[in-house]
Design a protein around this ligand. Structure first.
Ligand SMILES: Cc1cc2nc3c(=O)[nH]c(=O)nc-3n(C[C@H](O)[C@H](O)[C@H](O)COP(=O)(O)O)c2cc1C
Ligand SMILES: CCCCC(=O)C(=O)O
Length: 356
C-alpha cells in the first residue's frame, strides 16, 4: 500500500457497506468533510534551502507525554466494527510507533484491556482518553476513575457535540445499533449501569447540550491529569480555553461529522494559534492524509495533528499491521516533506512557508 487512499479502497472492499459509510461519512451535505481535505490541497509550500540536516528529529512532547512524531491517533469509535481485534490492534500499533493514541470513550474494547495491549508493546505507552461529559456527573466521574486507574495520561473532552450531527448515510442505512456482541465497553460495568445495560446502541452515549465551562472546571477539580478540549473553531473560545486553564486544545470539526458547512480546520488554525499565543499546545485534526498536510498544520501553528479515518482504514485493511503501516507511511511522508522544506525538527516550520 502506498497511500491513505489505497488503504481506504482496501478497507472499503472488506467492510460492510453500512459500516464503511459510518466511518467515511460526514454530516448532511458533507461540505465540511470534503473541505477538510481540499483546504490542504489549496495551500502552497515555500521550502527553505541550505539549512536542513541528514538526520531529522520528529519527536515532540505534549503535556508531558512523549511522542515519536507529531502525528497522533485521533479518537474514533467502534474499532471492532472495522476489525475483530479492534482497539487492541490500534493500541499495539500506536505503542509500536511510539505515538499517542487518544482512546475514544465509545471504544468497543474496555480501556483496561486497551492499556494492557499497549503495555505488551511499550512499557509506558502514551494513552489519552476522550470523554463525552455525561449529564450524570457521578457516572462521568466513575469513567474518569476507571481511565486513570488504567494509566491514561490526559483527558480530551469533546465539545463539538452538544447534539449528534445528522449523518444521512447512517439514516439511509438504518445504522443505529452495533452488531450483536459489540458494546460500548467503557460504559459497561460501572457500578449499576445507569444506561440500563444496553450499550450497543450507537447513540447510547448521551450528548449534553447543557455543557458549559463550569463542567470543565468540575472535571479539572476531579483529576490531576491534563484536561484538553477538542472541537473548537472560534478564536474567542480558544481565548476562553486559556482563561479557564485547560491544558490544551484540539482544533477540530469532528471530521465534518457534526455541524456541516463549518470551515476546514486548517483554515481557522492561524486565527486560533494567534489567539492562544503559545499559552498552551494547539492540536489539529481533520483531513490529514499526507506528510505535506502535517507540514502545513505545524507551520501554521499546530504542535501536533491527529488522524482519524486513516487509522480506521489501516485497521480495516490489515488489523494491527495495517495500522502500523498507515502510521509509518505518514511518518515517512512527513519526514520527507520536512526535509524538502529545509527543516530538521517540527518546530523549524514557520507560517511564512505556507501561501494561500
Ligand atoms: C468513524 C469516526 C468516529 C469518531 N468517533 C469519535 C469519538 O468517539 N470521539 C471524538 O471525540 N471524536 C470522534 N471522531 C472524530 C475524530 O476524533 C477526528 O476529529 C476526525 O476523525 C478527524 O478527521 P479525519 O478523519 O479526517 O482525520 C470520530 C471520527 C470518525 C471518522
Ligand atoms: C455516540 C458515538 C459517537 C461517535 C462519534 O463521535 C462519531 O461517530 O463521530
Amino acid at each position: 500500500m502506498r497511500t491513505i487512499a489505497e488503504f481506504e479502497a482496501a478497507a472499503r472492499e472488506r467492510l460492510d457497506p453500512a459500516h464503511y459509510d459510518y466511518f467515511a461519512g460526514g454530516a448532511q451535505d458533507e461540505i465540511t468533510l470534503r473541505e477538510n481535505e481540499t483546504a490542504f490541497q489549496k495551500l502552497r509550500l515555500i521550502p527553505r534551502v541550505l539549512r536542513g540536516s541528514d538526520k531529522r528529529d520528529l519527536s515532540v512532547t505534549l503535556l508531558g507525554t512523549p511522542s515519536s512524531m507529531p502525528i497522533l491517533v485521533a479518537p474514533t469509535a467502534f474499532h471492532r466494527l472495522a476489525h475483530p481485534d479492534g482497539e487492541l490492534a490500534t493500541a499495539r500499533a500506536a505503542a509500536r510507533a511510539g505515538t499517542i493514541m487518544i482512546v475514544s470513550m465509545a471504544a468497543t474494547t474496555a480501556i483496561e484491556d486497551i492499556a494492557a495491549a499497549a503495555r505488551e508493546v511499550a512499557p509506558d505507552p502514551g494513552l489519552w482518553f476522550q470523554l463525552y461529559l455525561q449529564p450524570d456527573l457521578e457516572f462521568t466521574e466513575a469513567i474518569v476513575r476507571r481511565a486513570e486507574a488504567a494509566g491514561v495520561k490526559a483527558f480530551v473532552v469533546t465539545v463539538d457535540s452538544p447534539v449528534l450531527g445528522r449523518r444521512e448515510r447512517d439514516d439511509r442505512n438504518a445504522f443505529h445499533d452495533l452488531p450483536p456482541g459489540l458494546f460500548v465497553e467503557n460504559l459497561r460495568n460501572i457500578g449499576e449501569n445507569r444506561s440500563g445495560g444496553n450499550t450497543s446502541h450507537v447513540r447510547e452515549i448521551v450528548m449534553s447540550a447543557g455543557l458549559n465551562w463550569d463542567h470543565i472546571a468540575w472535571l479539572r477539580s476531579k483529576t490531576k491529569l491534563p484536561v484538553l478540549i477538542k472541537g473548537l473553531l472560534h478564536a474567542e473560545d480558544a481565548r476562553l480555553a486559556v482563561h479557564h486553564g485547560v491544558a490544551g486544545i484540539v482544533v477540530s470539526n469532528h471530521g465534518g461529522r457534526q455541524l456541516d458547512t463549518v470551515p476546514a480546520t486548517i483554515d481557522v488554525l492561524p486565527e486560533i494559534a494567534a489567539a492562544v499565543g503559545g499559552a498552551l499546545p494547539v492540536l489539529l485534526d481533520g483531513g490529514i492524509r499526507r506528510g505535506t498536510d502535517v507540514v502545513k498544520a505545524l507551520a501554521l501553528g499546530a504542535d501536533a495533528v491527529g488522524v482519524g479515518r486513516p487509522v480506521v482504514w489501516g485497521l480495516a485493511a490489515g488489523g494491527r499491521e495495517g495500522v502500523s503501516e498507515t502510521l509509518e507511511m505518514l511518518r515517512a511522508d512527513f519526514d520527507q516533506a520536512l526535509a524538502l522544506c529545509g527543516g530538521r525538527h517540527p518546530a523549524d516550520l514557520t507560517p511564512d512557508q505556507v501561501r494561500r
